[in-house]
Design a protein around this ligand. Structure first.
Ligand SMILES: [Fe+2]
Length: 391
């Protein structure tokens, strides 16, 4: 009986590991909910229930060895992803500034849906000698009538307190077009020097994307084309911004940007799955969202759910390949499970340190706190001048 139970347990673990790969790389990317359910049930039966039943019924010493071998093989992709990830992760560690921690949800195994952190990176690019630039990046609002509004006022006040030069928005604005005007009220209040720029995400495309784009454009948000949009920064320098819409909508090809002089080249791509392709164009920066940092993050394991062709490789963080930096935001809103665990919504802030130009006043004045609680109190104080109270 013990051998049968052990065999079933090993086969179940093998099945779960295989299922995570299949769900992330295939099932969760399907647009149609009914198709997702059908394939989800079939794969769950095939990978988990059926092998576990076989183990319980036919368990034997030889079968146990086979189950052990299966588990070892199933662990291999996990090891490969972790090694590959560590080779792609950028060496810097961001400043994490807690601006709206919900006191009832502090701790790692708690709902962090109503928290908010700023994740700030400071970057000097050898290829760019222009002025300093502060970039704020927001992603995956998933606004509907019941969520995100809880923190959008704090997001808006925080963005406005940060002297942002340019605001980048990487899609999944809403799951309900009716909720869009309420969110746009906040987006219109966000003040930046060079404007706000966006691409749509898969959830926007699965809804009424024409209406979503039109309403955002009417609010002053610009959608850069895949051919690039020039944004002058100074007399000599400019930003070239590329918008890569959600995959499979239209085929796209980015020209090489290597020949472009005195510019900072940035691509907005809802999904980080385009990263390897974008590195071939010699871009400086890529901003993505889509994966919500897994939305639930666990100690040691990290994320589990990450609908990407690369599984959890790019679930959250800062990556570097060749000369191209990729920033993947944990986003602001939620899907499916309406809660976050140990994965607070975030504002991504990237300070590009330029060449011989003087720094923008206030660019590096954000306090850095190691302690979550201290950071909350101090940063709340810092934000009070914009009229937000946290008492
Ligand atoms: Fe999303």
């Amino acid at each position: 009986m013990v051998i049968k139970l052990l065999t079933a347990l090993l086969l179940l673990l093998t099945g779960v590991l295989a299922l995570i790969q299949v769900y992330n790389r295939l099932v969760l990317q399907l647009r149609q909910g009914s198709m997702r359910t059908i394939i989800g049930v079939i794969t769950t039966m095939t990978f988990c229930f059926f092998p576990t039943f076989l183990g319980l019924y036919y368990g034997s010493p030889i079968f146990l060895r086979f189950a052990l071998l299966s588990l070892i093989i199933a662990i291999l992709p996990e090891i490969i992803i972790r090694k590959r990830r560590s080779s792609l992760e950028a060496a810097d560690s961001p400043d994490i500034i807690d601006v709206a921690s919900d006191k009832n949800t502090a701790g790692w195994f708690n709902d962090t849906s109503k928290s908010l952190v700023i994740r700030r990176h400071t970057l000097r690019l050898p290829s760019f000698q222009g002025p300093d630039l502060r970039i704020a990046h927001l992603s995956d609002f998933h606004a509907d009538n019941s969520q995100v509004y809880d923190i959008l006022d704090i997001v808006t006040a925080t963005v406005n307190s940060l002297n942002v030069d340019i605001l980048l928005l990487t899609g999944d604005f809403t799951d309900s077009t009716a909720a869009l005007p309420g969110m746009i009220v906040y987006l219109k209040q966000m003040k930046t020097r060079f404007g706000s720029y966006a691409v749509l995400g898969n959830h926007d495309y699965w809804g009424n994307h024409r209406e979503i784009r039109s309403q955002l454009q009417q609010a002053g948000i610009i959608f850069p084309p895949v051919s690039g949009l020039d944004i002058p920064m100074s007399l000599d320098y400019r930003i070239v911004l590329f918008g890569i819409e959600y995959p499979n909508v239209k085929p796209w090809q980015l020209d090489s940007v290597d020949s472009r002089k005195r510019c900072l080249s940035i691509a907005l791509s809802h999904t980080p799955d385009n990263f390897f392709r974008l590195t071939r164009s010699g871009l400086d920066l890529v901003f993505s969202g889509h994966l919500h940092g897994g939305q639930w993050r666990f100690p040691v394991i990290g994320s589990v759910v990450s609908p990407s062709l690369y599984d959890r490789l790019f679930d959250h963080g800062h990556f570097l390949k060749n000369r191209t930096h990729l920033f993947v935001s944990a986003g602001l809103g939620n899907v499916w499970f309406r809660k976050r665990i140990n994965c607070p919504p975030e504002i991504l802030l990237v300070d590009i340190v330029g060449g011989s130009y003087p720094s923008v006043p206030g660019m590096r004045t954000i306090p850095v706190f190691q302690d979550r609680k201290e950071g909350t109190a101090e940063s709340h104080n810092a934000l009070r001048h914009v009229g937000v109270s946290y008492d």
